[in-house]
Design a protein around this ligand. Structure first.
Ligand SMILES: [Mg+2]
Length: 254
């Protein structure tokens, strides 16, 4: 694996080289990296919550079907190859219809909370970040209440931690820029880590941060990156691979 870093961000965003398709290559640099002397500094990591810090338990497809109805679900799904943005669709609805949709979503999210489990590797990764004094924040499209439950249940704290009450939410880069500003750290010294290409990677790229896609099941392939125009800087199949990426590619001195 290429171990050296980094060209300019504009070069990275233009580099759409398909990643290695070898499944044995568990964590890979997605961009075409070329040797430079200086490693980029990294001072903060912002994580997505559902499916990244927690094991995915929300059945999003079932949620979308219930909210949209089968026909509308199929129509929107066909138009949205990278995934459905359910919150976005709901926003243009009448207040009555909107409230019903939010109730359905809240039901699914409550089921998610009931079955909530922390993702393997979170505690170890946070321990490593603490040892390097690297800050950690959280951005989710879930509600703030779910973040509070996550914090209480697992006692690993992320700060700032923004729910969808913070507008505009991901994939807009604003929540990430807000966290960078609260930390007084430039976005190019921060990494966004998440399991959604269209939300997390888009948000990170929009803010000018490094991005790392967590893809446990290999659901994303080269076509997804070229169709969306969103190529993450790194892709891992487990959070436990991130420490090595950080040590290899970044200057972690405070
Ligand atoms: Mg997620």
């Amino acid at each position: 694996m290429t171990s050296s870093f980094l060209l300019s961000r504009s070069f990275l965003s233009l580099t759409l080289r398909p990643p290695s398709s070898s499944s044995s290559c568990a964590s890979i640099s997605m961009a075409n990296l070329t040797t430079t002397n200086a490693k980029a500094r990294l001072r903060g990591i912002v994580f997505d919550m559902d499916g990244t810090l927690t094991v995915p338990v929300i059945d999003f497809a079932a949620m979308y079907r219930t909210v949209l109805g089968e026909d509308e679900y199929k129509r929107i799904k066909a138009e949205s190859p990278t995934g459905i943005d359910i919150l976005h669709h709901i926003e243009s609805w009448s207040p009555d219809k909107q409230q019903k949709a939010y109730e359905i979503i809240a039901d699914y999210e409550q089921q998610g909370i009931d079955k909530l489990q922390i993702m393997p590797g979170v505690v170890e990764l946070c321990g490593f970040l603490d040892s390097k004094k690297i800050k950690r924040g959280l951005i989710t499209r879930n509600v703030k209440k779910a973040i509070d439950i996550f914090h209480q249940r697992f006692e690993v704290i992320f700060s700032p931690a923004l729910g969808r009450e913070f507008r505009p939410y991901k994939p807009n880069p604003d929540p990430l820029l807000h966290i960078c500003s609260a930390w007084d750290i430039q976005p190019n010294e921060v990494m966004m880590v998440g399991d959604s290409l269209k939300d997390d990677i888009a948000c990170g790229k929009g803010a000018g941060a490094f991005t790392c896609l967590l893809d446990e099941t290999g659901r994303y392939g080269p076509d997804d990156f070229s169709v969306s125009g969103l190529l993450p800087d790194f892709k891992v199949d487990s959070l436990s691979k991130i420490q090595n990426i950080l040590e290899t590619n970044f200057d972690l001195n405070p």
